[in-house]
Structures are given as structure tokens and as C-alpha cells.
Ligand binder design. Structure first.
Ligand code: CTP
Length: 393
């Protein structure tokens, strides 16, 4: 595993030593790239000694290094920047390439992780917040800064995250396999929104976290992933093609459009079963009760199950009682290969929670119970189980 570590000019630059050491201990090859300002806080020699490799600095007089940084961008499994100053974040967000580190960033296609560190006032400034949001939307992982004693002799948010957390995020971003190479997987995620009128809608509490975790996990295993997403507040997973939709009908159209490209579908979205007949202009108060008539919409999953043609089809079921019995009947009724069932009557798992606990039912397979864990781990367990029978995992 090869990881490039960018170090920019802030007092926290000295903590990059711990990050190099942690990555090195985990067996990664580390190539350090430093800005000129970082060299004011820590010498390249220190990081070179720890990483065992020549550090790339902002030295345009060295033609070897200029070529090397473009080559390096092709070879790395992840690029992590710690500390990332407000200036570096602004340059990354806008694509400014006026030194080695920023030029390197816009040539990297591997996952990127940034660990910001700066004074609290700079961190909360709208420009920094916008830049972080722009990077996150692009799939960059942010390791959020902590609060504590800052170099300016005051306490506040902006302190570089702990080196261990940065190492862990970098390793997670770099870790991938080729087990699902050649497969194209479609994942649906999040709620749907059914319009009542131009400003109101009917929706549900799905956060999209489970579907996004699945999309990310499948991409890490080398699959091409198409994520059809309802309205959620989550950054797109790295390397995944995201198609955004609102209503169940639009989700169905997107699913059908991409259906010929895919061999597997994970239908994790909480699709609204009923939709109002939307009013074309905003409804006004009448002084009396308002009746909404809901009409049944498409069942996307049942539609896929009715014409499977070799598609590997995985449904999800959120139930509050008789969880396994309802799951089993949906598996059969919708002609699925697997159904992932979870009990949404528990408030610590399921909808909107970071954790989940599921049982995976499959045709001709013993049910597999996955105990409570982070949704990323549940996603891995689902992929392991579903693809084990198909020969990959
Ligand atoms: N689903 C779908 N289209 C719908 C409703 C659900 O594709 N209109 C999919 C979901 O994405 C999920 C599975 O079907 O993978 C189970 O959803 P659920 O709503 O629990 O199934 P229903 O058959 O609608 O059962 P219920 O009677 O419990 O609502």
C-alpha cells in the first residue's frame, strides 16, 4: 500500500512525524510531499528519516522531482494531507495549482483525506466552511479537528486530529481489493419525496447511511458502482457515480435506465409506497381540515424481481414486528435472492442511526445474523455473504 502524505505550513506540522510513523508501522510505504511553509516548521530531513524516502518539496530546480510527483500521483492508493491549512483547503477547493502540493492534488485520482488544523476563527470563517463542504461534496474525507489548547495560547476548535485517527482514516481510504472487479453494482439509498404541492412533500426518516455505506464498500472491492440516491445529507462516496432523484417514480426511471449496465442491485432505499396527487400551486388554508388522498406508486424492487434475467437482487426490509416472517414473505413475493432485514422498533439501530443490526435471509441459505455494528461493517458483512455464493467476496 502506497500513501502520499502532504504536509502544509502550520504549527501542527510536527505531528506529521507521528502520522508517518503510524502509517509505516501499518506496513504502508509513505511518500511525503511538503510545502515551502511546512519546511519552516519541520525539516524535510526529519520526515525523510522517518519515511525512509526522499521528501518531495517545492523545489522546481530539481527536474527529477517535478516528473516524480506526477508519476507518484498514478501509483498511490491514497493521499492524506495533515495538517491542511486554510490556504491549502482553499486551493484544493478551487483547483489552484501554484506549488507542488496543490499541483499534486489536482493530478491525484486516488481517495483524498484531509486533516485541517488552524485557529478557531479561521476554521469557523464562512470561506473555510464552504471550502470544506466543497471538498466533502467531491468525496474528500475530512478528519475533523478537535478542540484544545492552540498555539495562539487560547483554547478552541482547530487543533489537528489525533495522529492515530488520521492514520486510521488514511488506511481506510487506501484499503481496497479486486474481489468485485468486473462487476457493476447498483445501490439505491435514502428516502423518496412525494410532492403535495410545489413546497410540501411526504417523505420518511431514512438517512441513506446504509445504502451509502454499501456503495462505498462495493467500490472499495473494485466494483463499478451506480448509486441512485434520494435526498440525503451525505457526501458522495469516493469513486461512485451518483444519480440524484426525488420521487419514487423518478427513482424507478433511474433504476430502469441503468438496469442494463448492472449485474447486481441492492435496493436499500426507503421508497414511498404512496404519493399524493400533487397540486400544481401552493395549497391555501381553508379554516377546516385538509384531506390528502394518497395513491399507490410503483414497487421498484418487485418490478426488477418480475424480470430478473440473471440479476442478483437484494432487497431490504425495515420491520417493527414479526421481523423475520415479514422478511421471508417479501423475499418470496418480490422474487429476491437475498433480503436484509432490520428491526426499526429499536431506536439505537436502523433509520438515521450510525449503527445497524441485521439478519440476511437468502434462498437456500441459512439466515445470517449480523450483530450491532457500524453501518460500514454491516455493509462488508452483507457483501461477504451475498457474493460468497457468487464466487467473489
Ligand atoms: N421497495 C421498492 N419500491 C417500493 C417499496 C419498497 O422498491 N414502492 C423496496 C425497498 O427498497 C426494499 C423493499 O422493497 O428493498 C422492502 O420495502 P417495504 O416497503 O418494506 O416492502 P413492502 O412490500 O412495501 O412491504 P410493507 O407492506 O411492509 O410496506
Amino acid at each position: 500500500m502506497r500513501i502520499a502524505l502532504g504536509v502544509s505550513g502550520g504549527i501542527a506540522a510536527y505531528k506529521a512525524c507521528e502520522v508517518v510513523r503510524g502509517l509505516f508501522k501499518a506496513g504502508a510505504e509513505v511518500q511525503v510531499v511538503m510545502t515551502r511553509n511546512a519546511e519552516r516548521f519541520i525539516t524535510p530531513l526529519t520526515l525523510q528519516t522517518l519515511s525512509g524516502r526522499r521528501v518531495l518539496t517545492d523545489d522546481w530546480d530539481d527536474p527529477d522531482a517535478v516528473v516524480q510527483h506526477i508519476e507518484l500521483s498514478r501509483e498511490i492508493d491514497a493521499f492524506v494531507v495533515a495538517p491542511a491549512t486554510a490556504n491549502v483547503l482553499a486551493k484544493f477547493a478551487r483547483g489552484v495549482a501554484d506549488d507542488f502540493l496543490s499541483t499534486f492534488y489536482i493530478s491525484v485520482t486516488a481517495p483524498v483525506v484531509v486533516a485541517p488544523a488552524m485557529n478557531t476563527r479561521m476554521l469557523v470563517h464562512p470561506s473555510t466552511r464552504e471550502n470544506l463542504a466543497a471538498l466533502e461534496r467531491r468525496g474528500v474525507k475530512i478528519v475533523p479537528p478537535g478542540s484544545g489548547w492552540l498555539a495562539e495560547r487560547e483554547t478552541g476548535a482547530g487543533r489537528l486530529a489525533e495522529p492515530d485517527a488520521i492514520v486510521e482514516a488514511a488506511l481506510a481510504a487506501a484499503r481496497r481489493s479486486s474481489a468485485l472487479e468486473g462487476r457493476t453494482v447498483m445501490v439505491t439509498a435514502g428516502p423518496t419525496r412525494e410532492a403535495i404541492d410545489p413546497v410540501r412533500f411526504v417523505s420518511n426518516r431514512s438517512s441513506g447511511k446504509m445504502g451509502y455505506a454499501l456503495a462505498e464498500a462495493a467500490q472499495r472491492r473494485g466494483a463499478r458502482v451506480i448509486l441512485i440516491s434520494g435526498p440525503v445529507d451525505l457526501p458522495p462516496p469516493f469513486g461512485v457515480d451518483v444519480v440524484r432523484v426525488e420521487s419514487a417514480v423518478k427513482m424507478q426511471q433511474a433504476v430502469e435506465r441503468h438496469r442494463p449496465e448492472v449485474d447486481t442491485v441492492f435496493m436499500a432505499a426507503a421508497v414511498g409506497d404512496y404519493a399524493p396527487v400533487a397540486a400544481s400551486s401552493k395549497l391555501k388554508k381553508t379554516g377546516g381540515p385538509l384531506e390528502l388522498r394518497l395513491e399507490e406508486g410503483p414497487d421498484i424492487l418487485a418490478g426488477l424481481g418480475a424480470h430478473k434475467d440473471g440479476l442478483l437482487l437484494v432487497g431490504f426490509a425495515a420491520e417493527t414486528d414479526d421481523v423475520l416472517a415479514y422478511g421471508q414473505s417479501k423475499l418470496e413475493r418480490k422474487n429476491l435472492d437475498y433480503i436484509v432485514v432490520n428491526d426499526v422498533s429499536r431506536s439505537d439501530i436502523g433509520f438515521d442511526a450510525d449503527d445497524n443490526a441485521v439478519t440476511i435471509l437468502g434462498r437456500g441459505r441459512e439466515p445470517l445474523t449480523v450483530p450491532k455494528a457500524q453501518k460500514s461493517r454491516i455493509a462488508d458483512a452483507i457483501l461477504d455473504h451475498v457474493f460468497a455464493s457468487a464466487g467473489d467476496a
